[in-house]
Design a protein around this ligand. Structure first.
Ligand SMILES: [Zn+2]
Length: 93
């Protein structure tokens, strides 16, 4: 049973008997699960926008349409990738 499911069950059926410590423990576990899921999805995006070397510069594979040898789009410098800039909290203009 996931922490989310256990918390839901406790809240619905047994809330009168839940201690504050147990509630804190369950809430912490749910937050950890949410963070792990979000981090996995962010890593999947970073894997798509991976750096590759092309014509002597490092470009974003996804934004440049990298096919393993050449690009389908104008090469996008890795440091200019708007997706990675957004993930890193940098300006995306
Ligand atoms: Zn990119």
């Amino acid at each position: 049973m996931t922490a989310r499911d256990e918390l839901r069950r406790e809240m619905v059926h047994n809330h009168l008997y839940m201690t504050e410590d147990r509630a804190d423990e369950l809430i912490g576990a749910v937050l950890a699960e949410v963070a792990a899921t979000a981090n996995a999805k962010i890593q999947a995006v970073r894997d798509l926008h991976r750096p590759v070397e092309h014509s002597g510069i490092t470009i974003c594979a996804e934004c440049s349409g990298w096919d393993g040898e050449t690009t389908d789009n104008s090469p996008c410098g890795y440091e200019h990738c708007p997706t990675l800039r957004a993930l890193d909290g940098r300006e995306t203009s």
